[in-house]
Design a protein around this ligand. Sequence first.
Ligand code: ZN
Length: 324
Amino acid sequence: MPRRLVATATLVEEYIRLFVNRRAYTVQSFRPHLESGRHYYYRPTERGTGAARELNAKTISDHMEGKITIGLYAINPANQRCKWVAIDADYTSAMEDLIKLQYHLGGDRVDSALEMSKRGGHLWIFLAAPLLARKCRIYIYDLACRLGVPVKGSGLAEGIEVFPKHDAIAAGAFGNAIRGPLGIHRGAKRRFWFYGADYTLEAQMQFLKRLRRVTEDDLNRFTDGKELPANVGKARPEAEPMRGQGTERSRTAFCILDHVGRTRIVGKNHVTRCPSCAQAGRDRAGDNLAILVADPRFYLCWAGCTKEMIRAAVGKPIPVRTTA
Ligand SMILES: [Zn+2]
């Protein structure tokens, strides 16, 4: 086991200032998935109400101390801006490409920090103020194209991925999350540090704080007259939590009928007590949940519980995409 680290209030505050751009987050499962063996991420909810939990200082402190591992979202939907850009690469020559990018970013006087990951690395760039996700993406993709660094999704199976992965996201949407730096990866059972500083929380945060941050003027200059290269595919829309993570089998294996109590058939539906309502002590009549007899993948709570809330209530939360 790694030595125990203490996240002081100051370190937590600095971490929030640097990395937290919105309060939604994901948390990595402690237990591997039974079939895939992977440690998926979930959007945590409050017990009972099913309301989404929001990041706070305690969450960040637990993450830095390695008690939990969280994923962070890049874009704040209120202004479509982000505080950082992270370039994820996890293919054979990933490190070479990240170091090449880092070198050329330096030519623009853009500092970056290289963090190890399970199979490659993440290159982080920090912004002096929240900047438009769209412009951040134009800058990095344009640079990658000029350097011949492969970009995933542009007809290539392997290549870099840029967070933010969207130009903009809708209100209530999340975009894609990436593992919060300095936490312990549950699958790898280890902490991935940044190169360039000692392996303590203090030294790492000092190192990150000293990096020069990109200003709005910088970014406007870098992207003036440029658009996203045509061959860069738009990130897929959301509401597809597991695509690319689980197997078809593991996604369809869930059947709500395995997780509810007594049912009766009314018309085309099974009717039963909604597990999410039940957790909150509601639906005593036991008729809030309707499950389509012909295809139990379709179910609905008349009291308005979402699928996410129902899945969480039966102990089978829906994983969300988070890059580790
Ligand atoms: Zn319900």
